[in-house]
Design a protein around this ligand. Structure first.
Ligand SMILES: Cc1cc2nc3c(=O)[nH]c(=O)nc-3n(C[C@H](O)[C@H](O)[C@H](O)COP(=O)(O)OP(=O)(O)OC[C@H]3O[C@@H](n4cnc5c(N)ncnc54)[C@H](O)[C@@H]3O)c2cc1C
Length: 100
């Protein structure tokens, strides 16, 4: 049973789980990888010299924080979220489900 289940491992999820920890909520983050898409490189066609924006630098402190709080993360992929009698049920590939 959790107060908050955060789905994904991108900057939004990393910020949310850190905030939940700060508020002393029982929280878990379900994700396969940490960092999300910030390390994807996007350049305009015809402008290969353009430097990528350093989004990964912004998210690195959050990833470092997560590495010291591994009890807050489960490596898994969410399959469904459904409202149950006592809250929400999150079904994942590896676990049966957790109640929120
Ligand atoms: C092609 C491209 C290039 C980009 N280039 C740059 C760049 O150079 N610099 C920059 O700063 N920003 C870049 N961005 C923008 C940056 O990626 C986004 O602003 C940022 O990643 C958004 O963060 P987010 O946490 O909302 O989502 P995301 O980073 O997308 O994170 C979502 C996470 O949720 C996970 N997830 C999704 N479904 C599930 C599920 N069912 N179960 C478990 N996990 C799940 C995904 O695997 C992912 O890890 C780029 C974006 C794109 C699409």
């Amino acid at each position: 049973m959790y107060d908050i289940i955060v789905i994904g491992g991108g900057p939004a999820a990393l910020s949310a789980i850190q905030y939940a920890h700060g508020k002393q909520l029982k929280a878990v983050m379900l994700c396969e990888t940490l960092g999300g898409k910030v390390d994807w490189i996007q350049r305009q066609a015809g402008d290969e010299q353009q430097l990528p924006f350093p989004g990964v630098d912004m998210v690195r402190p959050l990833i470092n924080w997560m590495s010291q709080h591994t009890d807050y993360v489960m490596r898994d992929r969410v399959r469904s979220v459904a409202e149950g009698l006592n809250g929400f049920e999150v079904t994942t590939d590896r676990m049966g489900y957790c109640l929120l």
